[in-house]
Design a protein around this ligand. Sequence first.
Ligand SMILES: Nc1ncnc2c1ncn2[C@@H]1O[C@H](COP(=O)(O)OP(=O)(O)O)[C@@H](O)[C@H]1O
Ligand SMILES: Cc1ncc(COP(=O)(O)O)c(C=O)c1O
Ligand SMILES: [Mg+2]
Length: 282
Amino acid sequence: MNILSIQSHVAYGHVGNASAVFPMQRLGHEVWPINTVQFSNHTGYGAWRGPVFPADAIRDVLTGVEERGVLPGCDGALSGYMGDAAIGDAILDAVARVKAANARALYCCDPVIGDVGRGVFVRPGIPEFMRDRAIPAADVATPNQFELEFLTGRTIRDLEGAKAAAQALRSAGPAAVLVTSLQTSETPEGAIELLAVDGEGAFRLRTPLLPISVNGAGDAIAALFFVHLLTTRSAAEALARAGSSIYGVLKATADAGSRELLTVAAQEEFVRPSTMFAPVAV
Ligand SMILES: Nc1ncnc2c1ncn2[C@@H]1O[C@H](COP(=O)(O)OP(=O)(O)O)[C@@H](O)[C@H]1O
Ligand SMILES: Cc1ncc(COP(=O)(O)O)c(C=O)c1O
Ligand SMILES: [Mg+2]
């Protein structure tokens, strides 16, 4: 498959396209990355350098790809960390151009806004853009629990609440929703959950909670879930593969004591996860 991936890029470490592109390539897919920023490192370090690209730069690169005549072969567009709200229009314009060229192409929006620990970590206007413009245009969305709560205006306390919020998001646009880093009153101590909901039902995947906090896992799991969904057309299957792969990479990362994901060193996890976790219909 051919995947257009519009998100951040960092020189050092693995977030945004620097986390998402390689796993898709390792699974055999062609990726057409367009970078929304080029930073030295992710913003979780508190300091970083490098530019946020203007919307026109993103449009221009997409126009160049379009001029190669290849957009009819694009199977999916993936967007993530934006840098600035002005980039939003360029992303939705790119999605529209991909869909005009290939009516079967899907758009996966990873609505990067923030997380439970850090709160909102993107520029003003981006959360509202995600809620009001990107989500309605998306076929697939991959919010973490914090983002799902913001996007739906609901507080998630238990699994039923998480399912209801995911359904509310589905009625706003995306047919398939993957909720990451789910921890409700029903999540056992020492565990973390993923919840995938599509027209077939709701599925939960539970893994051990590792004693680490790294950035970029969300970007990688969104990419993995999207390409597995495109190839298998099953949210439950995509959930099992993507969740098991991320767990394997994070386990290796924790074992190595690394602050950055072991995207390269643990690459076998993308193809053959050391542990396959089974999804449960809920
Ligand atoms: N400490 C952890 N232990 C186990 N799995 C984790 C841990 N942190 C992240 N993950 C896995 O990676 C997924 C995506 O990470 P997450 O932090 O939710 O993304 P985001 O960065 O978008 O918030 C989680 O749903 C979970 O499956
Ligand atoms: C440049 C950049 N891209 C993407 C992300 C998203 O990372 P995550 O996958 O942890 O949500 C971050 C988070 O700090 C970031 O700084
Ligand atoms: Mg994220």
